[in-house]
Write a protein that binds this ligand. Structure first.
Ligand SMILES: NC(=O)c1ccc[n+]([C@@H]2O[C@H](COP(=O)([O-])OP(=O)(O)OC[C@H]3O[C@@H](n4cnc5c(N)ncnc54)[C@H](OP(=O)(O)O)[C@@H]3O)[C@@H](O)[C@H]2O)c1
Length: 456
């Protein structure tokens, strides 16, 4: 069975199994939809807003329903011919809101599914965090109520069997999809509080193959023949977008220190510094919001590193971190650039809500990189980046917090424990990422930046 999103190893005919994803337009739900489509299933989604803003191609293949889990009548149409339901609906808020959303709403869904003859119900719950549970009581109370309802209604659900071999194959694939999801989520559940907009490396397995940044395993280098096609270090030319900024200037310095040819593009061009490194960089003036102004600088670049981004009003952040960088990704891929690295940022949990445009923009850029540079896109997600003058304050925190990864997983407050990272490490990792053919494309999280930065 195959589809434009990927394939599974079976010659079965088009799917008669329909998976209804509740909240298929959300972070987890959209990945569930993509994975189910990749495996050739028929997919529907139900949420209050339907398909408001998803422009990606996969969404054309989903049947979108509008409905509210708190209004059971609104679920019936979508449930009617669903074989399985996967609920990705839930969230935080006041205690009573959490109880209603995680509990009542999902309980309604479980009941409607059972009444409509749905055969399987998968629910994305969360692991307990001991005493911390008391701070978000409604969240866990609601989830446990939903789990109890699932146990009650779907205790001995069996698949209908069929004599048709292809249906048998489909059911097997269906089983394996559910197992994949259950396993993946079992791991997510062990990591509650996972950043709302990030795709942890283990979840990349759930993305369509074409969107897994090419190689999902960090231990899997490019094959010899592919590596041969990559530019050798002596002919590599790196274009740093924002090479006069804080991170960008360190990337320029690191690349020069490694003997690479370096150019930079930004609106103001050459910075006023008198430091000698700046004389060795080829400075271009250009604006990422005017794609034509990038073509000259990109024409002979083998790799591009974007250090463009920043804060401001929500729409400015969306434009600068998103639109501007997406333009750069597009021009780079049209100009035949081989590798594209981007300095994104790690999520800061609840704080993300106050910086929505910043993260929205970054995730849009990341998606563009994964689709345009599936084999050569490197995305760094550092937390706070400190420079030499701040190292006396931040270096000790980096040292201690790098070993405290489990603390970062605590819901809501966990991200406070994110280790800061030195700009020198960020620069080293990014230069390695665009020059070493064995460096795996994909997301490099803050702990990996610290670890790799130490090794280099
Ligand atoms: N600093 C941190 O602690 C930290 C932490 C996590 C992630 N990050 C990420 O790391 C990246 C770099 O941050 P930074 O601290 O180095 O920022 P920065 O010092 O403000 O540098 C931004 C650079 O982007 C250029 N730029 C801005 N708008 C542009 C446009 N429209 N076209 C072309 N160039 C443009 C600026 O130069 P011109 O003004 O001359 O155009 C400047 O060189 C950002 O994506 C940021 O989100 C930073």
């Amino acid at each position: 069975m195959s589809s434009m999103y990927g394939s599974i190893e079976s010659n079965s005919p088009p799917s008669s199994i329909k998976i209804l994803v509740l909240g298929g337009n959300g972070f987890v739900g959209s990945h569930v939809c993509k994975e189910a489509l990749a495996q050739g299933f028929s997919v529907a989604s139900l949420s209050r807003s339907g398909r408001p803003s998803i422009k990606e191609l996969w969404a054309d293949e989903v049947e979108w329903y509008k409905g509210n889990l708190l209004e059971p009548e609104s679920l019936k149409d979508a449930m009617r011919d669903a074989t399985s339901v996967i609920s990705c609906v839930g969230g935080f808020g006041s205690p009573s809101y959490m109880c209603t959303l995680n509990g009542t709403a999902n309980v309604n869904a479980v009941q409607a599914a059972a009444e409509n003859g749905v055969k399987r119900f998968v629910y994305i719950s969360a692991a307990s965090f001991g005493v911390i549970d008391y701070c978000i009581q409604g969240y866990y109370d609601g989830q446990r109520a939903t789990e109890a309802e699932i146990k009650k209604r779907f205790a001995d659900a069996e698949y209908s069997s069929s004599e048709c071999e292809w249906l048998h194959l489909e059911l097997k694939a269906h089983d394996s999809l559910l197992a994949t999801l259950e396993n993946a989520f079992a791991r997510v559940i062990l990591r509650p509080g996972f950043p709302a907009h990030t795709v942890p490396s283990h979840l990349r397995l759930m993305l369509p193959k074409s969107q897994r940044y090419g190689r999902s395993s960090e231990t899997e280098p490019l094959k010899a023949e592919e590596a041969g096609r990559e530019t050798s270090r002596s002919t590599a030319k790196i274009l740093v977008l924002g090479g006069n900024g804080f991170v960008g200037s360190h990337v320029c310095k690191e690349a020069l220190a490694q003997g690479l040819s370096v150019s930079s593009l930004s609106r103001s061009g050459k910075p006023s510094t008198r430091e000698s490194w700046a004389e060795k960089v080829e400075w271009h003036k250009g604006n990422l919001l005017e794609p034509e102004s990038l073509r000259d600088a990109m024409s002979d670049a083998t790799a591009v590193v974007s250090c463009v981004g920043g804060f401001g009003s929500p729409s400015h952040m969306r434009t600068l971190n998103g639109t501007a960088n997406v333009n750069a990704v597009q021009v780079a891929s049209e100009q035949g650039v081989q590798r594209f690295a981007y300095v994104s940022a790690a999520s800061f949990g609840v704080i993300d809500y106050f910086l929505q445009g910043y993260y929205d923009g970054q995730r849009v850029t990341e998606a563009a990189i994964s689709s345009r540079f599936p084999n050569g896109g490197v995305i760094l997600r550092p937390g706070y980046i400190y420079g030499k003058s701040e190292s006396i304050i931040f270096a000790p925190f980096e040292k201690v917090l790098q070993y405290a990864e489990p603390l970062r997983r605590i819901p809501l407050i966990g991200p406070v424990f994110s280790p800061p990272v030195s700009v020198f490490k960020v620069a080293k990792v990014i230069v390695k990422g665009v020059t070493d053919p064995t460096f795996s494309p994909g997301v490099v999280d803050l702990y990996s930046i610290i670890r790799l930065g130490k090794e280099l």
